[in-house]
Ligand binder design. Structure first.
Ligand code: KG4
Ligand code: ZN
Length: 376
């Protein structure tokens, strides 16, 4: 019998619960967004988010059980995000999950939210370790070599803002609303990307680090310059053209940095015999499809910004050119959800990486600070 896990995600403004089965079936995935709570502030207010999670968590979990046709007696394990994220919200979800685990005597897995994003492709596709991952969300922009569950090597990270944050700020500057990413993408579809010349920070530089604050500042400057000559404000065409120009520059930055990372990944993780420290080649739990033998490099994109079609197309093209297999989760599993936490929980459960109920929640928790046991 395949195991069924109940998973909870409350690290930002989505209150989410899911039931996932070991055969990769998502039995239910409920996402309650707090859009209305935060809309008037133009961003997520941590204290309000925590209170809203507290009000909705019970109903969200009950709905996830009902939609899956399950009761608590059908669950074999419980998982929840225990960090990184807005700590008030994380506490609500993690404590709810721990209470269920305690009451039902079930194993509990505390999941790193970023690991949830990183492993999603193994839920949706047949992807073996190791793979190259571009992780792009509201709080993170990283390029990682994913070697196994709990085994991540950072190849590059942003020196300033996360790219998702940059999408959100640009949306605000252009008055496109919140959340910014989808709004910028929708506006960009109607605009001319050639209209505004914007910088692509770090492009062509050695290494795999990223930077976005210069791009954001350039958008603000050009918008200010326009406003100086147009007292009536931005026209719809100005907005869509700037959205398109920004999206093009952001995707160019990311694609350039990933192309650098591909070279490093091939050199350090693919073209080596017995290549990784701590990587258990041949261990079916770590390398079920024998990717280390086939030596087929894979590029994966994950996190909320991975929902962006322009970025997906650019990365797919790069992968084709560089001889990488290209895999991206479906859009609904790119942005925050609990199914990804359930899957990461199941992967940990299979490896015996069960946490005590005393495991702490963590506001900050970089992926490459995880070790074999999953804790820094
Ligand atoms: O992973 P996620 O849902 O939450 C975090 O863990 O941060 O990512 C949210 C981020 C936000 O900054 C949002 O604007 C961005 O992902 N995003 C997008 C798109 N959809 C969401 N950015 C660009 N294009 C999109 N279609
Ligand atoms: Zn996320």
């Amino acid at each position: 019998m395949e195991k069924i896990i109940l998973a909870i995600e409350t690290s930002c403004d989505e209150c989410a619960a899911a039931l996932v089965r070991g055969d990769k079936t998502i039995l239910s995935s409920v996402i309650h967004t707090q859009l209305e709570t935060h809309l008037q502030y133009g961003g997520v207010v941590p204290e309000l988010a925590a209170r809203a999670h507290l009000e909705t968590i019970q109903a969200v979990v009950t709905r996830a059980l009902t939609e899956a046709g399950c009761g608590y007696q059908d669950i074999n394990a419980v998982a929840a995000t225990i960090g990184p994220g807005l700590i008030g919200g994380v506490l609500v979800g993690a404590n709810f999950a721990k209470a269920v685990a305690l009451a039902r005597g079930l194993p509990f897995m505390g999941v790193n939210h970023l690991e949830g994003h990183a492993l999603t492709v193994r839920l949706t596709d047949d992807v073996a370790f190791p793979y190259l991952l571009l992780l792009v969300s509201g709080g993170h922009s990283q390029i990682l070599a994913v070697l196994g569950v709990g085994q991540y090597r950072q190849l590059g990270t942003t020196l300033d803002d996360a790219v998702g944050e940059c999408f959100d700020k640009v949306a605000k500057i252009l008055g496109l609303g919140f959340p910014g990413g989808p709004a910028v993408e929708a506006a960009a579809r109607l605009g001319q990307a050639q209209r505004f010349a914007l910088p692509t920070p770090m492009r062509g530089r050695p290494g795999c680090d990223l930077s976005f604050s210069g791009l954001k500042t350039a958008v603000r400057r050009q918008v200010d310059a326009l406003l100086n000559t147009q007292p009536k404000g931005l026209s719809p065409q100005d907005r869509t053209d700037m959205a398109a120009s920004f999206q093009r520059a952001a995707s160019d930055c990311l694609t350039d940095r990933v192309s650098q990372a591909m070279i490093v990944f091939r050199r350090d993780y693919i073209n080596q015999v017995g290549y990784q420290v701590g990587y258990r080649a041949g261990d079916p739990a770590h390398d079920p499809a024998g990717a280390s033998m086939r030596q087929e490099p894979t590029l994966v994109v994950a996190g909320g910004v991975a929902a962006n079609q322009t970025l997906r197309q650019d990365l797919a093209q790069l992968a084709r050119q560089q001889g990488f297999r290209w895999v991206a989760p479906p859009l609904a599993l790119c942005t925050d959800n609990a199914a990804m936490i359930g899957w990461a929980g199941l992967e940990r459960f299979r490896l015996g990486l069960i946490d005590p109920l005393t495991v702490p929640t963590r506001p900050r928790w970089p992926l490459d600070e995880m070790n074999e046991g999953g804790r820094a």
